[in-house]
Design a protein around this ligand. Structure first.
Ligand code: CP3
Length: 352
């Protein structure tokens, strides 16, 4: 589908916000900043709103999802909202029994492990995405000049939850399937790519001004396996949205050795975790891509002078890239003091 007539990019006199400028390779006056998992349990106002509502039900209630998305934007003054949802929402909307267990993550009643399991995966009815479209439109109408980032799980990370049946450290069953039954593997990743691409497209069409593909667990793969068995499916996911004209970001954890290949699927920006300094990351990916990151989430618990010095160092190293969007190296830990995040935003806007 084309962009909705209410998409911010179609407003008369639209100019790209600083976040979009940076993703496109310009350096706005101050470095844009947002945080992965900025919505959620670090915020008392989120915990209050979520009482009595299941996580995935909250994601599918447009008014609730929209309000939760706006909370961190109001509180911290970040340069973007990220749509409150979850990577397994398209799995649920296709009719697969998946729940989110607090403190653990997505859990499947029946893991997907055989060729027959993969064949039985239902298609995603485009109508099922209506609550997502509604929530995004509601959110964008209230965000004003602040852009909304849409997101989706990459096929590999999504498949890892389907195959393992829940969160796992090393995705052993998933990687075994990749090598044991390549045909089933490619069918599974094609299904994931199809549903997650439709989920991302729904958000961008309805008003999101950027899209981030989360391949959170790609770091468990060798470069050869990533390149051969995963990257083509991630690229296919983005093919679904390339014509919509918004910048695309690609992120994973522990992916220092994969950054070039992750860049290679065709994106405007690469998210870097805390393990690799941004100047070294810039050296690895080249000067035609923006970098996003990479504050070590552990330092959110350090005394302010320690954290401040770290943020200043991240900003300095980020100058090696063509442009930089400040973020964490992974999501906000749930026990983070939210006033620390606000202080980072103030610091970056003053010094970045
Ligand atoms: O602010 C935001 O970043 C907004 C939305 C967001 C959520 N999940 C909300 C959420 C995003 C972008 C995600 C993506 C997501 N979900 C990823 C990729 C990003 C990453 O962290 O690497 C992954 C791997 C998942 C799967 C998932 N969902 C996990 C591992 C968990 C955590 C389980 C727990 O309780 O610790 C979830 C649940 C989840 N998704 C929560 C939130 C706010 C916590 C649930 C709650 O508050 O009850």
């Amino acid at each position: 589908m084309p962009l909705s007539p209410t998409h911010p990019m179609l407003r008369p006199g639209y100019t790209a916000p600083p976040l979009v400028q940076a993703y496109r390779g310009d350096r706005p006056e101050s470095t844009p900043v947002w945080f992965m998992r900025q919505a959620g349990r670090s915020l008392p106002e989120y915990r209050e709103l979520r009482v009595g509502t299941d996580m995935l039900d909250a994601c599918l209630d447009p008014a609730l999802a929209s309000e939760i998305t706006l909370q961190p934007v109001r509180r911290h003054g970040v340069d973007a909202g990220i749509f409150f949802s979850d990577i397994v929402i398209p799995v649920r909307l296709a009719g697969v029994d998946v729940r989110i267990v607090a403190g653990r993550g997505p859990v499947l009643e029946n893991p997907v492990r055989s060729a027959a399991d993969v064949r039985a995966l239902p298609p995603l009815d485009p109508e099922a995405l209506r609550p997502i479209r509604e929530a995004v439109a509601l959110t964008v109408a209230q965000l004003g000049e602040t852009p909304l980032i849409g997101f989706a799980g990459a096929p590999y990370t999504l498949a890892s939850y389907l195959v393992e049946g829940g969160p796992s450290k090393e995705q052993l069953k998933t990687r075994a399937l990749m090598h044991s039954d390549p045909e089933t593997w490619h069918a599974l990743l094609s299904w994931c790519s199809e549903i997650t691409g439709a989920f991302l497209a729904a958000q961008i069409e309805s008003g999101a001004q950027a899209g981030q593909l989360f391949d959170s667990w790609a770091g468990s793969l060798s470069l050869a396996d990533y390149t051969r068995s995963v990257a083509p499916h991630s690229s296919a996911t983005l093919d679904r949205v390339r014509d919509l004209g918004v910048p695309l970001v690609h992120f994973g954890v522990g992916t220092s050795e994969l950054l070039g290949a992750m860049r290679g699927i065709g994106v405007d920006a690469i998210g870097v975790d805390w393990r690799l300094p941004l100047d070294e990351a810039a050296h690895r990916v080249g000067d035609d891509v923006t970098l996003q990151g990479n504050i070590d989430p552990a330092l959110l618990q350090a005394p302010w002078p320690v954290l401040e010095a770290h943020v200043a160092d991240v900003l300095a190293r980020g100058r090696a890239a063509r442009a930089h969007v400040l973020n964490l190296g992974h999501g906000v830990p749930p026990d983070t003091d939210p006033t620390v995040l606000t202080r980072i935003v103030e610091f970056v806007h003053a010094h970045g």
